[in-house]
Design a protein around this ligand. Sequence first.
Ligand SMILES: C[S@@+](CC[C@H](N)C(=O)[O-])C[C@H]1O[C@@H](n2cnc3c(N)ncnc32)[C@H](O)[C@@H]1O
Length: 212
Amino acid sequence: MDNDYSLAQALANAAAFSVIDKARLELIARSASRQLDTAGDFIELGVFRGGSAILLASIIKHHRATRTLHLLDSWQGLPELEGEDLGTFVTEGQFSQSSEGAVRARLDGFQLLDVCKTYQGWVEHTLPELSGPFSLVHLDLDLYRPTHFALSQLLLKMKDEGEIIIDDYGNDELRRFPGVEKAVSEILAGSDWSIVESAGERDQSVRIIRQS
Ligand SMILES: C[S@@+](CC[C@H](N)C(=O)[O-])C[C@H]1O[C@@H](n2cnc3c(N)ncnc32)[C@H](O)[C@@H]1O
């Protein structure tokens, strides 16, 4: 491990560019650290300004792990809302104030770009091009349709012992992500994966693993 590396610093660097709170970033960090022992790339769907990507790339880089972090985003913000996502607080085009170039420059500034690959476009087009296998997924797409599509694809591309963290899960008076919760419930119902942990100061992330 790099002697100059501090997880606290990586978390602080990530928090400066992320919409995700500390408890959820720490959940990502724990899974990423565990998965350094598993062969398989890391992948994040929903990058925005690159906050959580900085954390994942820092963990790979500073443990000198030979794996790639694949980063997928439209960098046009959220797509058109439909179904259960209508009437929630997210809006079409939200999170468009970023770009692939800005994220690459930011990663380069932290000397992390060499462990990352970026893919601009709708995940419905970019994800099918990637075969994996993945040991860690951070899925942060906010909406029903892309979450459902991505999760159904990703379960086929995971290492057996891999972990998936899904952000913005929950549909109650505090957390209103009915689309994400519905997509996750539908995909998990027909699979051998299940939720084993959740974290968040208000909005929640859940961690899912394959149950043997
Ligand atoms: C909440 S933001 C990601 C936050 C980020 N992980 C962080 O640390 O701040 C959600 C992102 O998902 C992207 N997104 C949503 N649906 C998408 C889709 N179908 N294809 C590609 N990107 C999508 C948006 O462009 C946005 O940048």
